[in-house]
Write a protein that binds this ligand. Structure first.
Ligand code: MIG
Length: 723
């Protein structure tokens, strides 16, 4: 699995004395040159600030920035990197929970760059001036890694060589996860689990949101709501369900509460301007915030997860780690006084508008400037200057300690906040989206953009977090979710139930089929995911990564899912079809609603309007490619895979490498895995198939391949191979 990789086209242009973020792998060596020597950009530095300017050619396209709103091509909008808990995600919003300042330009000239700077930067990408890319950094201390090569695939490979291989979760995390804010007690969780099995709908995990805690105190569990927790966890696991608790970054100020006491005694919290522990409110009320910049604090924090791992928990989601701040006491005091003053008048007119402004207490920038952290070298830094590292360091600490707490077992971990490089420790979910059709479309762009940044294991709250979902939106979103490595249905407090059975019987039936199809495709997805990690190329990629035609450069709403399949999700209301671009080769159209469906049509490269009834997912198998399917299971490890169906569009020759490992350990790192190379060849007599098995310390249980190949005339060839 591990390979030696070399950076071939990367040079670091350094300005000043940048803060070392750890986004770049510590063991990597890169040529460092002064920023003044930076090619492509005009660089202006005055008053401690930096402006980088690049002139775009008319048809240049700009990609990257990971978790951001807007199109896939980033031109035409203003973006910011400053991790922020913000919802709803309205189109004009410039920054969300994660900062991923890795971009590339393709067109007349191509190159990529990663701006390693852990605080706010502005990216004006053809927004103010249509042909100018202008980046402003409020500092002269940063590293700019330039990937001086034009091929996007190669740029991404350089970036991932520099920042590390993407996170590989346990295989059960490729199953479906059901969540909601909240399933508040064991009884509710049990009822949800039972319902999945009763209705024969596959599912592998259930999220536990903040109501499981005692007064929202991190690393506590309310025994009244979850009595005999370890037993409950074990029993759920026997039934094929993992429980995934949420963890928040703030620690409640409450003497006698162990985490607070330890943090206080060891001086682990961030400091305010007076040198006291910084206080701000989040869910539990007034809190302190661990200073994750320090190794010692990260380790202390990470060790707390043993409270759960000791009880059988194997997965977590780290929330509120931008960090999110509801208010600081002083600001609340001022607001209260001002509002009382306004409301105590009898004649209120225009002043009423001030009430709204005054009550804007959430996540104000001034809060983040009002506390400091201490780096490992003892240096005190204002939090604002390293803001984007807070979640990175929290989750890095979590990951490092989970590795120790769960020896030999892969941990499952999501973080809401993130910074470049976190992709090697954890997955991320994309935060509090809304049940809007617009966000279904944005989900497509984010999946692709986050894959560029190495966050292969990612996904949005399927069905939408805020607002109320309609049955149709739920169906279409699940049809996209089935291609997200992280496939988690989640919604907020008090909103409509969003479990697959919460609508009407027809919707339940459609959603069951979607989930069965997802599970049938896990063998394909897992093989391709592992290959993408090995080869450092996006698991979910835009068409232009594979096809050079002009139309392929424009398409933002279709994607390659592994190397054999192209997906064209439906993301508009009441649509019963959509336009699709089929680049270069021929394609085998597979409009499936069930994994057993086989209405296959051969299509020539062109643009089409294809039908897609509410239950249908438009998928296309690429010419001379194969894909494998298994019998859907109720959960990923229900039983070993014994039979694979091989679907192929074979006009000449095709090959697929099926990959399997135990899905649970790190054995794959030492090559403990099995590969089954399946080859199909068209001959005068039909389509011949052969395969080659290669097992190292892991044995396949597959005894049969049921092959279904189609040729350029759509003629079907069936055969069976016994292994
Ligand atoms: O302020 O824990 O993004 O997934 O359900 C909201 C409650 C806090 C935000 C997370 C969301 C979670 C919610 N949390």
């Amino acid at each position: 699995m591990m390979q030696h990789r070399a950076l071939l086209h990367t040079i670091c242009y350094r300005s000043g004395a940048p803060f070392q973020t750890n986004a770049v792998l510590p063991e990597i060596t890169v040529d460092i040159r002064p920023a003044a020597a930076l090619p492509y950009f005009t660089i202006t530095q005055t008053d401690g600030k930096t402006a980088l300017r690049y002139e775009l050619a008319r048809h240049d396209r700009v990609y990257g920035l990971g978790e951001q709103l807007g199109g896939l091509n980033k031109r035409g909008k203003m973006y910011r990197t400053y991790n922020t808990d913000i919802s709803p995600h309205q189109p004009h919003i410039e920054t969300l929970y994660g900062s991923h300042p890795f971009l590339f330009i393709t067109g007349e000239r191509g190159f990529g760059f990663f701006l390693d700077y852990p605080s706010e930067m502005m990216f004006d990408i053809s927004h103010t001036h249509k042909d100018i890319l202008e980046i402003t950094i409020p500092s002269q201390d940063f590293d700019l890694y330039l990937f001086d090569v034009s091929e996007p695939k190669q740029i991404v490979r350089e970036y991932l060589t520099l920042t590390g291989s993407p996170y590989i979760p346990p295989k059960w995390a490729f199953g479906y996860q059901q969540c909601r804010y909240s399933y508040p007690d064991a009884e509710t969780v049990q009822a949800i689990a039972t319902k999945f099995r009763e209705l024969d709908i596959p599912c592998d995990a259930i999220g536990m949101d903040i109501d499981y805690m005692v007064n929202y105190k991190v690393f506590t569990l309310d025994d009244d709501k979850f009595p005999k927790f370890a037993e409950f966890v074990a029993q759920m696991k026997t039934n094929g369900f993992r429980l995934v608790p949420i963890l928040d970054a703030g620690v409640k100020v409450e003497p006698g509460y162990a985490i607070y006491d330890e943090g206080k005694a060891n001086d682990y919290f961030c400091k305010d301007e007076q040198g006291e522990d910084f206080v701000a409110a989040v869910w539990p009320g007034l809190c302190h915030f661990p200073d994750f910049l320090r190794e010692e604090v990260r380790a202390w924090w990470g060790k707390q997860y043993r409270f759960f791992t000791d009880q059988g928990i194997e997965g977590f989601w780290n929330d509120m780690n931008e960090p999110a701040i509801f208010y600081v006491p002083e600001k609340m005091k001022q607001a209260r006084e001002k509002i009382y003053a306004i409301l105590s008048k009898d004649d209120i007119g225009r002043e009423l508008t001030e009430v709204g402004d005054t009550m804007e207490l959430f996540n104000r920038r001034e809060y983040f400037k009002a506390f400091s952290q201490r780096a490992d070298d003892g240096r005190v830094v204002n939090h604002d200057a390293v803001h984007n590292l807070y979640a990175f360091d929290m989750t890095r600490g979590t990951a490092e300690q989970l590795k120790l707490a769960m020896p030999g077992t892969r941990y499952f971990l999501l973080s809401r906040g993130s910074y470049a490089g976190l992709h090697r420790f954890s997955g991320i979910w994309t935060g509090d989206n809304s049940s809007w059709w617009e966000h279904l479309e944005v989900n497509i762009h984010m999946l692709i953009s986050l894959n560029f940044a190495g966050f292969f294991y990612t996904g949005a709250d399927t069905g939408g977090f805020g607002a109320e979902v309609s049955p149709e939106l739920m169906i279409r979103w699940m049809q996209l979710g089935m291609f997200s490595p992280l496939f988690r249905n989640h919604t907020w407090y008090g909103s409509r139930q969003q479990e697959p059975w919460s609508f009407d019987p027809e919707t339940t039936a459609i959603l069951r089929d979607v989930l069965r199809l997802r599970y049938a495709m896990i063998p394909y997805a897992y093989s391709e995911y592992m290959r993408a990690v090995r080869e450092l190329r996006p698991f979910i990629a835009p068409l232009f990564f594979e096809f050079s035609g002009e139309r392929s450069q424009q398409v933002e709403d279709q994607f390659l899912y592994g190397e054999s399949l192209m997906i064209a999700p439906v993301y508009t209301p009441n649509a019963r079809g959509r336009f699709v671009h089929l680049p270069e080769s021929r394609w085998l159209r597979w409009n499936a609603s069930r994994c057993e469906d086989r209405a296959m049509t051969v299509m020539q490269p062109d643009d089409y309007y294809v039908s897609a009834d509410i239950h249908e997912v438009p998928m296309f198998l690429r010419e001379n490619r194969l894909c494998v399917l298994a019998e859907p299971m109720s959960h990923v490890h229900e039983q070993p895979i014994r039979k694979l169906t091989v679907l192929g569009f074979v006009t000449n020759a095709a090959e697929f490498v099926y990959y399997e490992d135990d899905g649970a350990s790190y054995g794959y790192r030492d090559g403990q895995c099995a590969e089954l190379t399946i080859r199909a060849r068209k001959t005068a007599a039909g389509i011949e198939v052969s395969c080659e098995k290669c097992e190292h310390g892991y044995a396949l249980q597959i005894s049969e391949l049921a092959c279904e190949f189609y040729d350029e005339h759509g003629k079907q060839f069936r055969s069976s191979v016994t292994l």
